[in-house]
Design a protein around this ligand. Structure first.
Ligand SMILES: [Zn+2]
Ligand SMILES: [Zn+2]
Ligand SMILES: [Zn+2]
Length: 572
């Protein structure tokens, strides 16, 4: 149904997706269900809440929990009323966190922000002393853990996010893939991509609302309490439309809906007219998905690649079609409540187009978004994602149950890091679901089939197995023994211990990483995965943040309920 026109005529309208099954599905009912929290406002600045957040921050600070304290001071900024002294006090306290976290530039910026916001004169000596301390510390700064924060090689000329040791090409089956142009070592950062679409689901003091940058001098939106911006994003054009918009108090439902709203706003904003947008989208969709892209250096080329992201073939069944249509219906209603969008999309022809665009964006993100920063939801005790990002580079990676890279996130970027050596000419492969690597073949195949109708023929599923002698050799390898020993009885859990563990993994993988897959190799790759995923917490113990063990899709419990509701509308 998606992108079908009513007739074969050139100027025909797109079919009405909401008339699905003769219009018997009552989407209005679903809409009112999803948007049950519509009345709760985010335009609720409140000095009392701001003060309470700052006090909570002080408590974390006194416990030596710098990260949580920093986030709490940021939240205090979100709630502080314009012109209130809470603003300068929160900046000043946050600067102390940055100092402790050895983020010296950020510390200096916050000190200036505190002064600009009218920091009380009688307290000023403390602030000046902190500044001096900070300037002193900068001189002795040690090289920090850089893995993932920048490319390990020069960047490619046309794909600035990709190392110049890679190329995008067609594989033997004619599908696009990324290949090594020369040998690449373990632990190399080969892609650092600023995602095309990002969304912060909850904990609004933790990251930039637009680009998800963290550990930076976030400044709060002047109107709402749920958006903070980094230096680069303060003048963004998106938040103006979104400010005050919220569809649900359930963070996951809200973000599934609102991130699609944002992606549409982003696309609409890129073009001077609906006609231009329509032509662009139609071109992108019609073009060959496996054509080798020539560039990804502008926002439009990124959008074209976004439109060509693969969608989940498992979504073709009736239940999923109804669910995604119901969600699209809600999203369209929210979009049309924005006056500018409403007037731009007046024509029926345009609204039909919008219907398809929303569904397309929603399905593309459902299949391709990378969710990160798992936290325990205080309401229901379930794991929820802190943020999600949809980039395009990941879709050029082939799936393998014996991956040679891991895809992760760092400071708002999508990062790809090698976890085994890669030989010149070899294809870059990741595991669609990171934890899949742990499971036996039958289980892996069942999961892959259920979630994306895939039958894996990777080297691990179909190829050679490691001979017994080789496995025995791996087991007696000193790096392997060190890793096992640490897993059974970890000596310590500090930065140094983790770094040592990483070094041991790296040495083992350098030696055996290209051998046929076996349990020993798999275990080390898995440990290395985990260490990479946790490296952000190296400097601080963050008691809220834990890694969720198995992440399958965006569908939350609520959306499943919604789905059941849609089905009951359909049958009765
Ligand atoms: Zn930003
Ligand atoms: Zn706002
Ligand atoms: Zn496989």
């Amino acid at each position: 149904m998606l992108w079908k026109k009513e007739t074969s005529k050139n100027n025909a309208m797109y079919v009405d997706l909401y008339a699905l099954n003769g219009g018997r599905v009552n989407f209005n009912e679903v809409d009112s269900y999803v948007r049950r929290d519509e009345s709760s406002s985010t335009l609720n600045k409140n000095d009392a809440v701001s003060l309470q957040k700052r006090k909570q921050g002080n408590e974390y600070f006194s416990e030596g929990n710098w990260t949580d304290a920093m986030e709490m001071y940021s939240e205090s900024l979100c709630y502080a009323e314009n012109g209130s002294k809470n603003i300068s006090l929160a900046y000043a306290n946050r600067s102390a966190c940055f100092l402790k976290m050895k983020l010296y530039n950020e510390c200096l910026v916050d000190i200036e922000l505190a002064k600009k916001a009218g920091y009380p004169a009688d307290l000023m000596p403390n602030l000046d002393q902190r500044k001096e301390e900070c300037l002193e510390a900068i001189k002795k700064v040690a090289p920090s853990m850089k893995l993932g924060s920048e490319l390990s090689f020069e960047s490619d000329e046309h794909f600035p996010c990709m190392a110049n040791v890679l190329k995008i090409d067609q594989d033997a089956e004619g599908n696009l893939g990324i290949f090594a142009k020369k040998d690449i070592d373990v632990g190399q950062t080969i892609v650092v991509e600023k995602a095309f679409m990002t969304y912060l689901h909850t904990q609004y003091g933790s990251k930039c609302n637009i680009c998800l940058k963290d550990q930076t001098n976030l400044v709060a939106c002047k109107k709402c309490t749920v958006a903070m911006f980094c230096g680069e994003c303060q003048s963004n054009s998106l938040h103006e439309y979104e400010c005050g918009l919220r569809c649900s108090n359930d963070s996951q439902t809200n973000s599934v809906i609102m991130q699609t709203v944002r992606s549409c706003l982003l696309a609409i904003d890129m073009f001077s007219s609906v006609e231009d947008l329509m032509n662009f989208v139609e071109q992108a969709i019609k073009s060959d998905r496996n054509q080798i892209p020539t560039t990804l250096s502008g926002v439009k080329s990124q959008y074209a690649a976004f439109l060509k992201l693969p969608m989940n073939p498992a979504d073709q069944n009736l239940i999923d079609v109804i669910a995604s249509t119901a969600i699209a219906f809600t999203i369209q209603k929210i979009l049309l409540e924005i006056p500018k969008i409403n007037s731009t999309f007046k024509l029926k022809k345009y609204r039909r187009f919008l219907m398809h665009l929303i569904t397309h964006h929603y399905r593309a993100m459902k299949m391709n978004s990378l969710e990160s920063g798992w936290i325990v939801d205080e309401g229901n005790g379930e794991y929820v994602a802190l943020a999600s990002q949809t980039g395009v580079m990941k879709c050029y990676l082939k799936h393998s149950c014996a991956p040679n890279v891991v895809v992760t996130d760092l400071h708002g970027n999508i990062v790809i890091i090698t976890v085994r050596p890669v030989k010149k000419g070899q294809q870059i492969m990741h595991s669609i679901y990171t934890d899949l690597v742990k499971f036996p073949k039958d289980e892996r195949h069942r999961i892959l089939w259920n979630f994306c109708r895939m039958t894996c023929k990777c080297a691990r599923c179909e190829g050679d197995t490691a001979p017994f002698k080789l496995r025995k050799e791996m087991c007696s390898n000193p790096n392997f023994q060190y890793i096992v020993k640490q897993l059974i009885a970890p000596a310590r859990n500090d930065d140094e211990a983790k770094q040592k563990m990483m070094d041991n993994c790296k040495r083992f993988l350098r030696k055996y990483g290209l051998k046929p897959w076996c349990e020993e190799l798999g275990m080390v790759v898995q440990v290395y995965f985990e260490l990479i995923n946790h490296r952000q917490e190296y400097n601080q113990e963050n008691k809220h943040v834990e890694k969720k063990s198995f992440n399958m899709s965006l569908l939350t419990g609520l959306l499943i309920t919604l789905l059941l509701l849609a089905i009951s509308c359909y049958y009765f």
